[in-house]
Design a protein around this ligand. Structure first.
Ligand code: SAH
Length: 295
């Protein structure tokens, strides 16, 4: 058994370099640095253009508030949504081919209009599997990694119970938070850069998602007043996972985070007792850095 079992905080050496179980090969495709995101934005959007018709994912679970389908959206949004439904399905098919299998996650990805989270000049590239710049030297994560992290977080360790309350660190433009709102009953997301927190609010407003709360603050501290969480996702990479976040996981729940600096891997940490956690080291990835404080 190669899972690590230890008391946290883990020393860096114990969470990097293959100490845990590797369940997936290294991530393929573009990664989410501001630099590659800018290159992604500059290159033409031809990836996966010949995608075959996707396997129909299960219908999206209906959350308390529902992102409008093209047929029920206001007139101004309708043609926009219809025009993007097919390309969004193709994006989901690519993500499924890369190994994401959870039907709830794939359905959520198919529902959220990613182009609404990207500045208009780049929106023609909204459905390529790449990170893209969102300003302030930050990025919107590539759809594959968004789906993969949510799938890893959702994998049942709690007797198949639905995810009640989850936390995202690093709202950015709000895309992953929107996807999460279709997978969990209550979603909290924290952003440390004020203009990005405001941008996410603006992006999310037309979607009228009522089970999502955005918070401006230092996500390294978590939200102790709302904890425990059934799942936590970090969308930015630290050298280790902050202890405060580990303490805010419910017993049996997963935290998924990129860990590292130049070389990063996804880690999944599971709380198995009051002061006991296990850690798995998964695929390579590349995220913007986790930073303390607010700006
Ligand atoms: N979730 C986003 C990805 C955002 S990029 C998506 O939907 O694509 C990562 C974000 O993490 C950046 O906006 C960055 O400002 C933020 N971040 C970094 N450190 C943070 C911290 N300590 N607290 C909250 N947000 C943080």
């Amino acid at each position: 058994m190669s899972d690590q079992r230890s008391n946290f905080p883990l020393p860096l050496s114990s969470v990097t370099g293959g100490a845990g179980r590797t369940t997936k090969p290294a991530a393929r495709g573009p990664v989410a640095t501001p630099q590659t995101a800018t290159r992604n934005a500059a290159s033409t959007a031809t990836q996966g253009g010949s995608a075959k018709a996707p396997p129909a994912p299960a219908p999206a679970p209906r959350p308390p508030s529902y992102v409008p389908k093209a047929s029920s959206a206001p007139a101004a949004q309708r043609s926009d949504l219809m025009a993007t439904e097919a390309v969004r399905r193709a994006m989901v098919a690519r993500v499924a081919r890369q190994g994401v299998a959870n039907p709830k996650v794939l359905a959520a990805l198919e529902t959220v209009p990613r182009h609404l989270f990207i500045e208009p000049a780049l929106s023609s590239q909204a459905y390529i599997d790449a990170s893209l710049p969102i300003g302030h030297n930050q990025t919107i994560s590539q759809p594959y990694i968004v789906a993969r992290m949510i799938e890893l977080m959702s994998e049942s360790v709690r007797g198949g119970k639905a995810l009640e309350r989850v936390l995202e660190i690093g709202t950015g433009c709000g895309y992953q938070a929107a996807v999460l709102s279709f997978v969990a009953k209550e979603v909290y997301s924290i952003e440390r850069i004020k203009p990005l927190h405001e941008l996410a609010k603006t992006n999310l407003r037309p979607l009228r998602i009522s089970n999502l709360r955005l918070q401006y603050g230092d996500g390294m501290l978590g939200l102790p007043q709302v904890a425990p969480f059934d799942g936590i996702i970090l969308a930015a990479a630290g050298l280790e996972v902050p202890q405060a976040l580990l303490e805010q996981l419910a017993i049996g729940a997963h935290l998924v985070a990129p860990v590292g600096a130049q070389v990063q891997h996804l880690h999944r940490i599971t709380r198995i007792g009051k002061s006991e956690w296990t850690s798995e080291t998964l695929e390579a990835c590349h995220f913007v850095p986790l930073r303390p404080g607010t700006i």
